[in-house]
Design a protein around this ligand. Structure first.
Ligand code: CU
Length: 106
């Protein structure tokens, strides 16, 4: 086994150890073609959601009522958010308010 493979293995082991204690899993939402994909995502309280902008222009993840704001996400940038409050969080892209998504926290 080369050094790089060994490092990857150690890393995976560390992550699984951390996972045993951490409450939640991580979910991915892609921002592509002026859409949040998936548009509706169900997660458990304590889970983390990572939005990644795969478009060529900046976007945001904004839920004003919940005071959730990613800031402008440049192309290829990601933003992570840990969902703590149960319920539906409706969000938009502040720069293109036609873009809508909903995070359902159970
Ligand atoms: Cu946008």
């Amino acid at each position: 086994m080369n050094l790089r493979a060994a490092r990857v293995l150690i890393c995976v082991a560390a992550l699984s150890a951390a996972g045993a204690h951490a409450a939640g899993t991580t979910h991915a939402v892609r921002i592509e073609g002026m859409k949040f994909i998936p548009e509706r995502l169900e997660v458990a309280a304590g889970d983390t959601v990572v939005w990644t902008n795969k478009d060529f222009l900046p976007h945001s993840v904004t839920a004003r009522e919940e005071r959730v704001e990613s800031g402008d996400l440049a192309p290829d940038k990601s933003w992570r958010f840990t969902a703590r409050k149960k319920g539906e969080m409706h969000y938009i892209c502040r720069l293109h308010p036609v873009m809508k998504g909903v995070l359902v926290v159970k």
